[in-house]
Design a protein around this ligand. Structure first.
Ligand SMILES: C[S@@+](CC[C@H](N)C(=O)[O-])C[C@H]1O[C@@H](n2cnc3c(N)ncnc32)[C@H](O)[C@@H]1O
Length: 276
């Protein structure tokens, strides 16, 4: 099977409208391989027939399966360590002090595009380490991803020793149980603060109340979007954040070009955005 540019663009547009993900022209071969797999699995041998099915007959199941084949799910514990330091040592204490003053005991974090769970578990570890008295807080972390398969891994919270190579040994001892020689499971008290939900970021507007989160992490997700979808995502994040809440993006991502709604703050050599 070989895609031509017109066929590529039809499928690219469908993927983009359902997920925000935009595949550049150079990704044609990448997409072709994934479509080929889907066509085999569906026993379809004509690409136009497959496109027709996607456009006119699919109830959402097939496009979801295709999207799950094209998402890049790379992640690891304590990814972008310096940014996490800025979060732990600057953003979090600021929010903690403010919340102590107004006697609000909730800390709510959204990890949008959380993949196999390393990011929300890392955030949970940081909250337990850095809050002065973590037991006094109602901690809620929402981990969402468009890809249901990676969320199955996230929900289990079971990781091979190699995956834990960026986690300090003391944290491994404190926050994980060894369940086999080289397999570890996140401890329940860390897990129970996290809810994993399969969802497209762009569909979250109606699913969460406004002014809800203190922090939104959306790292290494918007790089795969086009500008229009980035703007939609940032509008949703803006609505879902509390005033003074922070948004943390990946190091190569910035909101400045897309929206001027957030304040731009430099913390420990890292830029974070804050809702005024
Ligand atoms: C490269 S991973 C980043 C994981 C983690 N945030 C990190 O920085 O390590 C990107 C994740 O975003 C998810 N994703 C892509 N588009 C999405 C969308 N529209 N809604 C929710 N998740 C999405 C992918 O399935 C993938 O798991």
């Amino acid at each position: 099977m070989q895609l031509d540019m017109e066929q590529f663009k039809k499928i690219r547009d469908l993927i983009n409208s359902k997920s925000g993900i935009f595949l550049e022209d150079k990704k044609m071969y990448f997409l072709e391989k994934r479509i080929e797999d889907r066509m085999k699995e569906m026993d379809v041998d004509n690409i136009d027939e497959y496109i027709n099915y996607l456009k006119f007959y699919d109830n959402g199941t097939e496009i979801q399966k295709l999207i799950e084949k094209i998402t890049i799910n790379e992640t690891y514990f304590f990814r972008e360590f310096e940014q996490l330091q800025a979060f732990a040592e600057e953003c979090l204490p600021e929010v903690e002090r403010f919340k102590n003053r107004i006697r609000d005991r909730n800390i709510r974090v959204w990890s949008a595009g959380c993949s196999t769970g390393e990011e929300p578990y890392t955030i949970s570890i940081i909250l337990h380490e850095m809050l002065e008295n973590p037991d006094l807080w109602n901690i809620y972390i929402l981990g969402t991803d468009i890809n249901g398969k990676v969320l199955e891994v996230a929900k289990k919270g079971v990781y091979d020793e190699r995956v834990l190579k960026h986690v300090a040994k003391t944290y491994v001892e404190k926050y994980f149980d060894r369940i086999k020689y080289n397999v570890f499971k996140v401890r329940d008290f860390l897990k129970e603060k996290i809810e994993f939900v399969q969802s497209n970021i762009l569909d979250m507007d109606k699913k969460i109340e406004d002014d809800f989160f203190d922090f939104i992490f959306c790292r290494n997700v918007l790089i795969y979007f086009d500008d229009n979808s980035r703007k939609k995502a940032l509008d949703i994040f803006y609505k879902k954040l509390k005033s003074r809440g922070f948004i943390l993006l990946g190091h190569s991502e910035s909101v400045g070009r897309i929206t001027d709604k957030f304040n731009y703050r430099k913390m420990r050599n890292y830029y974070v955005y804050q809702k005024p």
